[in-house]
Design a protein around this ligand. Structure first.
Ligand code: GUN
Ligand code: ZN
Length: 425
């Protein structure tokens, strides 16, 4: 049994964030939470257990959308989505046909996200079977919880990244049988048709079939950029709108993650809501690629499931705290432009990067918050200056967390109770 004492923050699905100012987290030998609550109410025998005192204890963060093979391109190149993909991203992803390169880079990617407190990530791996297998091996080794899949591209793409539909599907089936549910559900396959701009309808339909028959999540990009919308009309004529391309392929369901979703009509939003799909908000990427501002508040009011994703390398953040701050700031900007009051606050952002994300992924029974019986996926942090734990309130603490990263250090990152903070300085 391991014991950690400090201020504990943990989200609840009802939009609430709980605080224990003098909290105790007890983790058993299997990596499960035995107790999370007030130190004084724990009844812990302080002579029996060595208690590690830390500043802050938080649930690990969940990044709902990122691209492993792109991290070297963060901050590189201007332009908007379609030119940026051609000029900066596709050439980089091509490098992952070299297995030793893929191996080296995959390890570095995980190191970079783990050190920022990400304990679960939903990841696009490169468009090659071996590179995806290598990404899984790296995730297996480093201890993170991950959903990843081979990025699928069978039309309208550079030849070295494209593959035949059947050959993609064969490789995906073998990756699923090797990795889906691996290590008691820590690693999962996610079907990853890149976007309708690089996928045929027959590929997308097959993805929907596999998703349904194997109960596997699907991720793709939707309605990110105005020129992308024009491309969809050219490549897939005859559909009502962008969402309709996915919907008619059977891809919109309660296991679907749709990144960006900036330019969506009422009709599209209704389908997404009614079918239980989630929109993954990527605010830094939306800003960097001049894509636009996603109306977060509006989607929340429509009761659409929302996740937050770093979308490396469209986005520049490796930290979900940085991305979450970006989500709040972009909501404030949009409210100012519309001359309305901003409705988003840090409590809801904190829940979006923890418990709500776990709910969307169907893993809230094991992670996303610190509760008895769940896996101990958490991080510890120390303040650089003493703070008054008795006086500080939840909102102040959240402000410190999201806006004053220079005032504390993340000291440990744990999945199932195991410290996975590799090579931390
Ligand atoms: N749409 C299709 N592929 C990509 C990608 O790699 N990044 C982003 N931001 N959007 C995409
Ligand atoms: Zn993306």
């Amino acid at each position: 049994m391991k014991a950690y004492r400090g201020i504990i923050l943990s989200g609840k699905s009802a939009g609430e964030v709980k605080i224990f100012r003098d909290g105790l987290l007890l983790v058993d030998g299997e990596g499960k939470i035995q107790f999370c609550g007030d130190f004084r109410k724990s009844g812990i025998d302080t002579k029996r257990y060595k208690i590690e005192t830390v500043g802050l204890i938080l649930p690990g963060f969940i990044d709902m959308h990122t691209h492993l093979p792109q991290f070297r391109a963060v901050g590189m190149g201007g332009g908007q989505l379609l030119e940026w993909l051609v000029n900066h991203i596709f050439p980089l992803e091509s490098n992952y046909s070299d297995n030793s390169y893929a191996q080296k880079e995959s390890g570095i990617f995980f190191e970079k996200i783990i050190r920022e407190g990400t304990t679960t990530a939903v990841i696009y791996s490169a468009p090659f079977e071996r590179a995806c297998d290598i990404a899984f091996q790296s995730a297996e080794k480093c201890g993170i919880r991950a959903f990843t899949g081979r990025t699928m591209m069978d039309i309208n793409s550079p030849v070295d990244l494209m593959d035949k539909t059947d050959s993609i599907l064969e490789s995906v089936k073998s990756l699923i049988s090797k990795w889906h549910g691996h290590d008691s559900g820590r690693l999962n396959y996610i079907l990853t048709p890149r976007f309708a701009g690089s996928c045929s309808t027959s590929l997308m339909k097959k993805c929907a079939e596999i998703s349904n028959s194997e109960n596997i999540f699907v991720q793709t990009h939707l309605s990110e950029n105005r020129k992308e919308l024009e491309l969809m009309k050219e490549l897939h004529p005859g559909y009502k709108n962008y969402t309709d391309i996915y919907d008619k392929s059977g891809l919109i369901g309660d296991k679907t993650l749709l990144a960006h979703g900036i330019y969506l009509s009422d009709e599209e939003l209704k389908i997404i809501k009614d079918k239980g799909a989630a929109i993954v908000h990527c605010p830094a990427s939306n800003s960097y690629l001049s894509s636009g501002i996603m109306p977060l508040s509006d989607y929340i009011n429509r009761k659409i499931k929302i996740g937050i994703g770093t979308d490396i390398a469209g986005g520049w953040n490796f930290s979900m705290l940085d991305e979450g701050r970006e989500a709040l700031e972009s909501a404030k900007k949009l409210a100012a432009i519309k001359n309305i009051d901003n409705e988003i606050n840090l409590r809801s952002i904190f829940n979006m990067i923890t418990i709500n994300a776990a709910e969307t992924l169907g893993i809230n029974n094991v992670t996303g918050s610190l509760e008895n019986g769940k896996d101990a996926d958490f991080l510890t942090a120390d303040f650089s200056e003493k703070i008054n734990a008795v006086k500080i309130d939840t909102d102040e603490l959240l402000s410190l967390l999201f806006y004053r990263k220079q005032d504390y250090n993340i000291t440990g990152i744990y999945v199932r109770g195991r410290n996975i903070s590799i090579k931390m300085d």
